[in-house]
Design a binder for this molecule. Structure first.
Ligand code: ADQ
Length: 456
């Protein structure tokens, strides 16, 4: 029987969130034999190259420890101080040190060396995200000829931006060792193909050589688990959260934003758009409340501390400008919430502001749609630069850099008649069901299993 191997930077722990990607991938592993592989999440001074395997909630999880230096160069360094900012159009925020790329390559090599002895000839291998672009190439050097797929969760960068990444040709050549490269959106596939054509990537034989064809490159837009979120709404935690916040809101219309605190999410611009809305529409004072939930992430990287400070300033300014003794226009909460609590908040909110400057997909947009009531659904205001914009035609699409446009869309959303809200939401609901995360995993694995581009 074909086994499934899933590889990602972090392997799942015992406490996995109730919905989304980790759950969908776990499900893949409970339906087939196989295991999940990656960094254990542990540091060691002199880490062993021997993979350790254990049972985590019924699935087999394997991995190796990393030294702090390895992790710094590979994770904080090349992955999150070069690839993440560059792939999100923020070359200004990159930190391009030579040792980062070396460390990134070295960790991929170590992961491949530890994994290779555990691979059987029929195993299907699915590699996730930008931390592991060179992994297939490293595995091929160990004689692994299995079908290997890759899914990039973040956007694929424009060519000029890609050309500014050190070692970009070496990095891009590594894609050739995969059989299938999955991207979030058609726009990503178009730029990938442009780059491949320009750099004549197809002609650059991957290091493993031996006549492999260029990978099949396709869009596989990811989604959420709509029925999982609908079920969460029934939980006590969702209902309690909803009630508590509804009481605090009185009859005000709640606008919600939920994001990891990351510079790609466009949070300062979002706050400024809200500020412009309040400045232009006095009729909305005391009538609306904006709740932004944004727990810090990757806070060992200086750019993440800076965005956090910048946001404090903008939030303070909006409060200072508009707050009244009996009305706070804005609430900014810097912590993570359980998914059930988020479900309750999504359900209560009349508008979701999902305005990243650039995003692979953005699952919050899917989650918000999943949690609306048909009788009185809210409105999604969505950035054109999220992968989600390609599939959510019935959202109000905005350019998040243009804060006036976002403010206008927000006003339209707040004043939208019920019939229009219902009709837009029905279309969006059909879309999230079509792109549900289980379908996404099935589509990807079918493409990987059926792929015929490999000649051996
Ligand atoms: P992220 O950049 O993390 O993911 P996103 O798709 O929005 O972005 O997913 C975030 C997840 O974290 C959602 O499930 C959301 O509910 C949760 N989350 C966010 N803020 C939270 C909070 N305060 N408390 C609790 N949970 C919170 C990357 C890419 C995306 C892509 C996904 C999946 O950057 O573009 O959609 O992977 O491929």
């Amino acid at each position: 029987m074909t086994r499934q191997i899933i590889i990602s930077n972090r392997t799942p722990g015992t406490s996995t969130a109730a919905g989304g990607l980790a759950v969908a991938l776990r499900k893949v592993l409970t339906e087939r034999d196989g295991f999940w592989f990656g960094w254990t999440g542990e540091f060691a001074e002199d880490p062993s190259d021997e993979a350790q395997f254990r049972d985590v909630g019924g699935i087999t999880v394997g991995g190796i420890d990393l030294s702090r230096d390895e992790h710094h160069a590979y994770y904080e360094g090349f992955s999150n101080s070069v690839l993440w900012p560059a792939f999100h159009h923020r070359l200004d925020l990159t930190d391009m040190r030579p040792e980062f790329y070396e460390g990134y390559r070295a960790v991929n090599k170590r992961l491949a060396a530890a994994l290779a002895p555990h691979i059987q000839p029929d195993d299907l291998i699915w590699v996730h995200d930008y931390h592991l672009i060179p992994l297939a190439e490293a595995l091929r050097k160990h004689g692994i000829n299995n079908r290997i797929g890759f899914f990039l969760h973040i956007p694929f960068p424009e060519i000029e931006t890609l050309n500014a990444i050190p070692h970009h040709e070496d990095l891009m050549r590594a894609f050739n060792a995969f059989d299938v490269v999955g991207l979030q959106a058609e726009r990503d596939v178009a730029t990938y193909n442009d780059y491949a054509l320009n750099a004549r990537l197809g002609d650059l034989a991957p290091s493993a050589g031996n006549g492999r064809h260029a990978p099949t490159v396709m869009a596989f837009p990811i989604g959420t688990a709509p029925s999982g979120f609908a079920a969460l709404l029934e939980t006590e935690q969702a209902q309690r959260t909803r009630e508590l916040v509804a009481r605090a809101m009185a009859d005000r219309n709640l606008i919600i934003g939920v994001d990891r605190l990351d510079y790609s999410k466009g949070l300062p611009q979002r706050f400024e758009a809200y500020e412009q809305l309040l400045a232009a529409h006095r009729d909305l004072h005391r009538e609306v409340h904006f709740l932004q939930i944004a727990p810090p992430s990757r806070d060992t990287i200086p750019e993440y501390q800076e965005i956090s400070e910048r946001l404090d300033l903008v939030a303070g300014r909006v409060m200072g400008r508009f707050a009244e003794p009996d009305w706070t226009p804005l609430n900014y909460v810097k912590r993570a919430y359980p998914q059930a609590a988020l479900a309750g908040l999504y359900n209560l909110a009349g508008v979701a502001l999902v305005t990243p400057l650039r995003d692979g997909m953005n699952l919050v947009a899917h989650e918000y749609v999943a949690c609306q009531d048909e009788a009185d659904p809210g409105v999604l205001v969505l950035s054109r630069f999220a992968g989600a914009a390609e599939i959510f035609e019935d959202a109000l699409l905005v350019n998040p850099h243009d804060t006036q446009e976002t403010a206008d869309a927000l006003y339209t959303a707040l004043r939208m008649p019920l019939a229009e809200r219902q009709s837009r939401w029905r279309h969006l609901k059909a879309v999230i069901e079509d792109y549900a995360v289980d379908h996404w995993a099935q589509r990807f694995l079918t493409a990987l299993a059926n792929d015929t581009s490999t000649s051996s």
